[in-house]
Write a protein that binds this ligand. Structure first.
Ligand code: ADP
Ligand code: MG
Length: 649
């Protein structure tokens, strides 16, 4: 328990004692009772009053603190002492509950995610040592027994097994792995004994990065939910004005209205109007929605992104690796210069430069020409994103990429475009070797099987517009767009041109005050993910830059998770709307009753507490991620949610 909470609890205890004493002196004259009531009140209320006055002077919109202060001081003025103390009492008990939740938050996140084991078993000089994962170095060999969680990202050097990736992906199907496969930290080794070479330090490991993402996602900080702030801007002044009208103006101008009765009604009005239920339950709803999404393998980095996702009407997709498989097949080759070099030898050089790039084309060429490069020496390796790669291998200058890029590595470009040849059907990659154009490779990629159903589902969910951007050849891009039913597509774009297009689209949608989402697989997409309203990255095991730039991460490379994320966001939003509309209607009802005298401050207090409780229960529904075998929330999950930090006010 932290200090803050301890102080609050002792204040509540102290005030309760004073309150009981005050009630005990009920039969005594008022100057005996009053110090006890007022003592209890001040013990509970001093920080609320200070905060209220502070905010008022800072010119902030009138908030709940000032509402509470006005209501309770007013009650004192009218001689309603127990009521005044009770209002503050319930308010502070609510604060204590949220403080308790906050203090257990950090550990509970770790527990929930529970991605990091405490020890790693490392093989050194033929013996196995238990080591703190933070001390494991790159290149160390991990020994992972069946049932153990993988501590660091590593490559298997011995053994084979099944891996449970559910903690990261929400997917329950285990993955088969063998020598050479990558192990991702946070997943669980199910069967065999594995040896694996560590390839990143703990702080850069996937598990740690995901924990960081969630912890820094802004969920645990004061909530700045737009819905609420917008609402409070009009609500609080309106409430204060109405209270003044009921309690002061009306009895002053209308004959026959009794001051005391109407001021009392105005106070009931103030107490009831406190938007506690909204302040707690709306952020909690988004929080639960984010929790639900993460159980489905969708990481949302903050509630504003969940909100934006529910509103986005336009989606921009990257082509290669996002809507297509990104595994190109080599379907043709043309040589241009006689370089006294066999196709195989050229292929080997190409594969070697490409082995340092993560672009889908690079991976595919690398695979096509697989080889052993141990005897080759590579220098001056450069990659220009969205253009190509170049290097000097054993003294030979090689460049691989799009024609405009390769041209810069050619001494004199004499070939006509006819001779260079452009296939309409395939993506082309060019090779320059020692200043001459050496070859063209024709590559073919296929659309992903889940692309079409994903786009259909997005349309069903009310997404009005889809768009495809690509650095690939225009003809290929248009053809693919036609196949997928995407009405608008642009090809031949350099990475900065992609950003420019996205900006253009952003302007259009901003003008219509709509939101825009961009989806990329990571390679070269980071800038476009960053500037859009919601950037969605496919596959958490892909590019680190994209994961950092994006707002939503689909942990598995499963396109159907995009409509799933949209559904979750829409459902969360509708629960949030219920949690605004529900309490407000109850309050309006109590207010009407109060203004005609059928209500008391007590009814107001209980309406507030009861409605808050119901709204919190309703918020927990957002944890449930329905359909497609996603886990339903268990009782534990709901309890867990309630233990989470409530937003600090
Ligand atoms: P997309 O937008 O379709 O994902 P990119 O912008 O990543 O495509 O790349 C555009 C083009 O740049 C590719 O079609 C290819 O011609 C060239 N290119 C980029 N990186 C490489 C690379 N590592 N090797 C070869 N060609 C590359
Ligand atoms: Mg791409």
């Amino acid at each position: 328990m932290n200090k803050e909470l301890q102080t609050l609890l002792s204040r509540i205890a102290g005030a309760t004692t004073l309150f009981i004493l005050a009630l005990a002196f009920r039969e005594f004259p008022i100057h005996v009772q009053l110090p006890f009531f007022f003592g209890a009140y001040l013990t509970l209320a001093y920080d609320v009053i200070i905060k209220g006055v502070e905010r008022l002077f800072k010119g902030k919109i009138l908030g709940e603190h000032i509402l509470m202060t006005l209501a309770t001081l007013g009650a004192f003025a009218l001689g309603e002492y127990p009521e005044a103390v009770a209002v503050m009492f319930f308010y502070q008990v609510g604060e204590a509950i949220s403080a308790q939740a906050a203090s257990s938050s950090r550990s509970s996140i770790r527990e929930t995610l529970n991605l990091k084991p405490d020890v790693a078993n490392v093989l050194r000089r033929g013996r196995i040592y238990e080591v703190n994962p933070a001390e494991v170095q790159i290149g160390d060999i991990l020994v992972i027994r069946p049932g153990e969680r993988i501590a660091l990202d590593a490559t298997i050097t011995k053994g084979s097994s099944l891996i449970d990736t559910k903690p990261l992906t929400g997917e329950s199907l285990p993955r088969e792995v063998g020598v050479g496969d990558e192990l991702v930290s946070g997943t669980i080794n199910l069967e065999g004994l594995l040896h694996a070479e560590v390839n990143s330090l703990l702080e850069n490991s996937t598990a740690q990065r995901i924990i960081d993402l969630i912890e820094h996602s802004g969920l645990y900080k004061a909530s700045t939910d737009r819905l609420i702030t917008q609402f409070a801007k009009y609500y609080t002044p309106l409430v204060v004005f109405t209270a003044i009208l009921i309690g002061f103006i009306m009895p002053s101008v209308l004959p026959g209205l009794d001051f005391k009765t109407w001021s009392y009604r105005a106070l009931v009005f103030l107490v009831v109007s406190c938007p506690c239920a909204l302040l707690i339950s709306v952020p909690l709803t988004y929080f639960a929605g984010i929790g639900g999404a993460s159980r489905a393998g969708i990481i949302v980095k903050g509630e504003s992104y969940l909100e934006a996702l529910s509103q986005a009407k336009k989606y921009i997709f990257d082509k290669t690796g996002t809507l297509t498989k990104g595994s190109f097949e080599l379907v043709g080759m043309q040589r241009f210069a006689d370089l006294e070099l066999s196709d195989e030898e050229l292929g080997r050089l190409v594969a070697y430069v490409e082995s340092h790039s993560t672009h889908p084309i690079a991976l595919s060429l690398h695979k096509a020409f697989e080889g052993d490069f141990k005897d080759l020496e590579i220098e001056d390796l450069k990659e220009l994103p969205g253009r190509g790669v170049s290097a000097i291998i054993d003294g030979r200058h090689i460049a691989v990429g799009r024609l405009s890029f390769v041209k810069d590595h050619i001494d004199s470009y004499a070939l006509t475009s006819k001779e260079v040849g452009e296939s309409e059907l395939y993506s082309s990659v060019y090779v320059a070797l020692d200043g001459v154009l050496a070859a063209r490779y024709d590559l073919s990629d296929k659309e992903r099987q889940d692309a079409l159903p994903m786009l259909e589902e997005l349309r069903d969910l009310g997404i009005k517009e889809t768009l495809m951007l690509s650095g690939d050849k225009e003809s290929i891009v248009l053809e693919m767009a036609k196949k997928l039913g995407i009405p608008k597509a642009y090809g031949g774009l350099l990475p900065d041109e992609k950003v420019y297009r996205v900006k253009e689209e952003l302007e259009v949608s901003r003008a219509a005050s709509e939101r825009l989402a961009a989806v990329g697989d990571g390679v070269n997409d980071a800038p476009m993910l960053k500037i859009s309203d919601v950037g969605i990255a496919m596959g958490a095991f892909g590019s680190k830059a994209a994961i950092e730039a994006s707002d939503v991460i689909i942990m598995t490379n499963d396109l159907m998770k995009i409509p799933a994320a949209v559904r979750i966001s829409k459902r969360t939003r509708s629960i949030a709307v219920q949690n605004i509309a529900g309490p407000i209607s109850v309050k309006v009802a109590v207010l009407i009753l109060a203004s005609v005298g059928f209500s008391s401050i007590w009814a107001g207090v209980f309406a507030d507490v009861g409605v808050t409780f119901l709204a919190v229960l309703n918020a927990s529904r957002a944890l449930a991620v329905d359909g497609q075998g996603y886990p339903k929330p268990t009782k534990d999950a709901i309890l867990e949610l309630l233990r989470r930090p409530l937003p600090r006010r």
